[in-house]
Design a protein around this ligand. Structure first.
Ligand SMILES: Cc1cc2nc3c(=O)[nH]c(=O)nc-3n(C[C@H](O)[C@H](O)[C@H](O)COP(=O)(O)OP(=O)(O)OC[C@H]3O[C@@H](n4cnc5c(N)ncnc54)[C@H](O)[C@@H]3O)c2cc1C
Length: 382
C-alpha cells in the first residue's frame, strides 16, 4: 500500500490547482455564494481541460483513471470551492460510475461521452418528504403503461436538480413485503412535462443549493430504467458508497482551505502586541485541526484504495463519511472562533465554510446513521 501521491497524481493536483487558481479564486466563490449562482465558468473550464472524464474508459472519451486519482482531483476542486467539487462529483458518480456499472451499452454510449464533455450534468433523487434516513421507505411511484412508465410523487432536498440535465431517481415500481425490494432506478430528463422544481432556501450551499421536485403524471420510456426492474436498491447502495468517497474528498479539500486561510490569519493578526498564533491556546487548536486533517486525508486515500481493489465494505464507507463530516464541521467551527468577529462577518470567507460544512453531518446519510452502520457490524443488537 502506498500512503503518498504517485508522481502522476502530484502532477494532476498541480495542473488542477493552476487552472482553478485562475478560474475559481476566492472572490469568484464569494460571488457565487452571495448571488446564488452556480460556478458555471469554473465547471466549463474543468470540462474543457478534460477533468470530467477521468474514470470513464478511453472508448467513451475518458482516461480510465482510478478512484484514488479521482479523490485527488475532487480534493483539489473542493479546496477551491466545495460546491464546485460536489457538482463535479455528481457527474462522476451518477453520469459515469452508476451508468458504467449498471447501464446497457446503449445507455453508456448515450450518456457517458456527454458527461465527459460536460454537456450533461446530474442530480440524484432518493430522499422524500417522509423518507430521509429511512430512504428505502420511499413512495414516489413509477407505474408501467405500455412501453412507458408514469411517475407520481415528490422528492425532497435534491441538490442541483434545477441545473441538472438528468437525474438518477429512485422510484417504487412494485409493492413488496420488504421495503428495499420493488425499488427501481431511472435516468430522467429533468425538463420533462409534469416535473415541477422549487428551490429550498438553506443555511449554506447557496451557489447550487437544493430543491423539492414534484412529479405529476411524468411519462418516461422503458429505456430510462437503469439496471433491472425492482432491483434498484442495490444500485442506490452501491452508488451511495461511491458518492461518499467523492463527497469526502471534496469536503476534506474544503476543510484544508479553511485551515490554511485561518493559519495565515493567525500569523498576521496582532493582539496584545503579538500574532494571535503565538498564544498557546490558539496553537493547540491548530494542532488538533492538523491531526484531524491528516487523519481524514489518509482515510480518503485508504478508502479509494479499498474501492480500487474491490475491498470496500459498507462499514468502511460509514467510517469515512462519519469521520470526514465531523472533522470538516469541527474544523470550520474552530476556524471561525480563531477569526473572532471577522469569522462571524459575511465579508470574510470563513462563515461560508461554517455554513456549508453543517451539511456534511446530515446530507448523504447523517452521522447518527453512519454510527448505526458501524455499530451494526460489531455484533451489537439494537
Ligand atoms: C442541503 C441538502 C442537500 C441534500 N441533497 C440530497 C440529494 O441531492 N439527494 C437526495 O436524495 N437527498 C439529499 N439530501 C437529503 C439528506 O440525505 C437527508 O436530509 C438525510 O439523509 C437525513 O434525512 P432527513 O433530513 O429526512 O432527517 P431524518 O431522517 O428525519 O432524521 C432526523 C434526525 O433523526 C436522526 N435519526 C433518524 N433515524 C435514526 C436512527 N435510526 N437512529 C438514530 N438517529 C436517527 C437523524 O440522524 C437526524 O438527526 C439533502 C439534504 C440537505 C439538507
Amino acid at each position: 500500500m502506498n500512503f503518498g501521491l504517485t508522481p502522476e497524481q502530484q502532477t494532476l493536483k498541480e495542473h488542477v490547482k493552476a487552472l482553478l487558481d485562475k478560474v475559481c479564486p476566492l472572490d469568484y466563490v464569494a460571488r457565487c455564494d452571495e448571488q446564488l449562482t452556480p460556478p458555471r465558468e469554473a465547471f466549463k473550464a474543468l470540462a474543457e481541460h478534460g477533468w470530467l472524464g477521468m474514470i470513464a474508459p478511453e472508448e467513451y472519451g475518458g482516461a480510465n483513471a482510478s478512484a484514488a486519482d479521482l479523490a485527488v482531483l475532487l480534493e483539489e476542486t473542493g479546496y477551491h470551492f466545495e460546491e464546485l467539487g460536489l457538482w463535479l462529483f455528481r457527474s462522476y458518480t451518477f453520469g459515469c460510475y452508476a451508468i458504467l456499472k449498471n447501464g446497457t451499452e446503449e445507455q453508456k454510449r448515450f450518456f457517458v461521452p456527454k458527461t465527459v464533455s460536460g454537456e450533461f450534468t446530474y442530480a440524484f433523487a432518493l430522499t422524500e418528504p417522509d423518507s430521509g434516513s429511512d430512504a428505502a421507505a420511499l413512495r414516489t411511484r413509477a407505474e408501467a403503461d405500455g412501453d412507458d412508465f408514469i411517475i407520481n410523487g415528490r422528492k425532497q432536498f435534491i441538490s442541483g436538480f434545477d441545473i441538472a440535465d438528468y437525474a438518477l431517481v429512485a422510484l417504487r415500481t412494485s409493492q413488496q413485503e420488504k421495503k428495499q425490494k420493488g425499488i427501481s432506478t431511472f435516468l430522467i430528463n429533468t425538463k420533462l412535462p409534469g416535473i415541477e422544481v422549487r428551490r429550498i432556501p438553506t443555511l449554506g450551499q447557496h451557489a447550487i443549493g437544493t430543491t423539492e421536485v414534484t412529479f405529476t403524471n411524468v411519462r418516461v420510456p422503458r429505456s430510462a430504467l437503469l439496471g433491472e426492474l425492482d432491483m434498484g436498491w442495490s444500485i442506490c447502495e452501491d452508488t451511495l458508497r461511491y458518492e461518499r468517497l467523492c463527497l469526502s474528498a471534496a469536503r476534506i479539500g474544503a476543510a484544508r482551505c479553511a485551515f490554511e486561510f485561518t493559519l495565515d490569519y493567525a500569523k498576521n493578526r496582532l493582539q496584545f502586541g503579538k500574532p494571535i498564533g503565538s498564544f498557546q491556546v490558539i496553537q493547540h487548536k491548530f494542532a488538533d485541526m492538523k491531526v484531524m486533517l491528516d487523519t481524514a486525508q489518509t482515510m480518503v486515500l485508504r478508502y479509494a484504495w479499498l474501492m480500487d481493489n474491490n475491498k470496500s465494505e459498507r462499514a468502511d464507507t460509514a467510517v469515512l463519511k462519519y469521520l470526514i463530516g465531523e472533522s470538516y464541521k469541527s474544523i470550520s467551527d474552530t476556524c471561525l472562533q480563531i477569526l473572532g468577529g471577522y469569522g462571524y462577518c459575511m465579508e470574510y470567507p470563513i462563515q461560508r465554510f461554517f455554513r456549508d460544512s453543517r451539511l456534511a453531518t446530515i446530507g448523504g446519510g447523517t452521522s447518527e446513521i453512519q454510527k448505526n452502520i458501524i455499530a451494526g457490524t460489531l455484533g451489537l443488537k439494537g
